[in-house]
Design a protein. Structure first.
Length: 73
């Protein structure tokens, strides 16, 4: 999940830079699209590897998510 956040942050930085560099905005906006595409690919691959949740189980009985760390926080 951290990788997805980093990729989206790169896309955001490119968009911000495009606002300040009109002469290069087309290139920076294209780069932003690229980073956002990579984030989507990474997010979809993470969701395919996720443990399926049983909606009948209460939250306390569900296995911790991959992002929860060792102690489930």
């Amino acid at each position: 999940m951290n990788k997805v956040r980093r990729l989206r942050a790169m896309g955001s930085l490119c968009r911000q830079q495009a606002a300040y560099s009109p002469d290069q905005s087309w290139k920076l906006l294209a780069e932003a699209e690229y980073w956002e595409h990579l984030a989507e690919v990474e997010a979809s691959s993470n969701s395919k590897n996720a443990i399926p949740q049983n909606p009948r189980l209460p939250n306390s009985a569900r296995p911790p998510s991959h992002d929860a760390g060792i102690f489930g926080f």
